[in-house]
Design a protein around this ligand. Structure first.
Ligand SMILES: [Zn+2]
Length: 305
């Protein structure tokens, strides 16, 4: 599911744009009828609606919740793509430059860090500060609902600066989101307090913020990079941990091939089950809260809570 990284030299605005870029712009312009209402406010979905671009799904989810119908939110990482190795096309660069607000996480998607170094235009919000990132380089803060709520407050403040007329609903929506995330956090705390086991073996070490908040221990077959292959020494360690801790399940994820984990699980005679790091949404009928609750069910079944 990974796109290849290609060194990017994007032409500046003065260069004639390829035809595909022109068509994409025409489409974007045609897709949003509407305009100002009688009070001069933004019409839902209107051409003057605040255009916010987010870099990957959890930020899209939070921005949509906070923006409500007054804000048009677009996500940069394509559906079903694993976001770590996102590669940007010229159209993507253009969409960053033409957005009113761009919300991203620095250090997570290197192509975006590179592009922003040479891009002018949008109001840029890097959520790394409010996400309270750990020093181990783990970017997956959104698996901690409390950290995500803090990021929601920052996104609300940024949208309010960009569109002061709609500041009250943005702030109210952020408070509502915080309520939902606090409820989710309480469900996790309560449910996971009674587990028989506390070791969570995962294919990609994406769950440190979740296991950290709920007093579980994450053991990753690969490291933070979903593509790294485990060494024979690491595989021997995993075997020891699985046997010693009575691990019943090796967790795999939707956007990364489960092959290595499946081979190890078959070898050790344990189950394989999905645990979703929510880096992208595969199924439109679900959302962050629903996937987190599915994750809680998977953990409960595996850990005997
Ligand atoms: Zn990841």
């Amino acid at each position: 599911m990974h796109m290849r990284m290609v060194p990017m030299q994007f032409p500046r605005r003065s260069v004639v744009l390829p035809v595909a870029v022109g068509s994409a712009l025409a489409l974007a312009a045609c897709a949003a009828p509407g305009g100002m209402d009688d009070d001069g406010g933004r019409v839902p979905g209107g051409t003057d609606a605040l255009q916010v671009l987010t870099s990957f799904y959890p930020l899209q989810y939070v921005t949509e919740r906070i923006g409500g119908p007054d804000v048009s939110v677009t996500n940069l990482t394509p559906r079903g793509a694993e976001p770590h190795d996102l590669e940007l096309s010229p159209v993507d660069i253009l969409s960053i430059e033409s957005s009113d607000v761009f919300v991203y996480l620095s250090g997570f998607q290197p192509a975006i860090d590179d592009a922003l170094a040479q891009t002018e235009g949008p109001r840029v919000l890097d959520v790394a500060g409010t996400a309270d990132l750990q020093e181990d380089g783990d970017p997956h803060f959104w698996l901690d609902p409390i950290r995500l709520a803090a990021v929601g407050d920052t996104i609300a403040a940024t949208l309010a600066e960009a569109d002061p007329q709609n500041a009250p609903p943005f702030i109210a929506n952020a408070a509502e989101l915080r309520g939902d995330l606090t409820d989710l956090d309480e469900e996790f705390s309560t449910t996971l307090a009674t587990c028989e086991r506390d070791v969570v073996v995962v294919s990609h070490e994406a769950f440190g913020y979740l296991t950290g908040r709920y007093d579980l221990e994450q053991v990753g077959i690969s490291g933070l990079d979903p593509e790294s292959e485990p060494s024979p020494a690491r595989l021997a360690e995993i075997r020891d941990i699985v046997e010693r801790e009575g691990v019943t399940t090796i967790f795999t994820e939707t956007l990364v091939s489960p092959k290595v984990a499946e081979v190890i699980a078959a070898d050790l005679g344990v189950d394989v089950a999905p645990l979703d790091p929510i880096e992208g949404l595969v199924d439109d009928s679900t959302d962050y809260l629903a996937v987190m609750r599915a994750n809680l069910e998977a953990l409960t079944a595996s850990l005997g809570c």
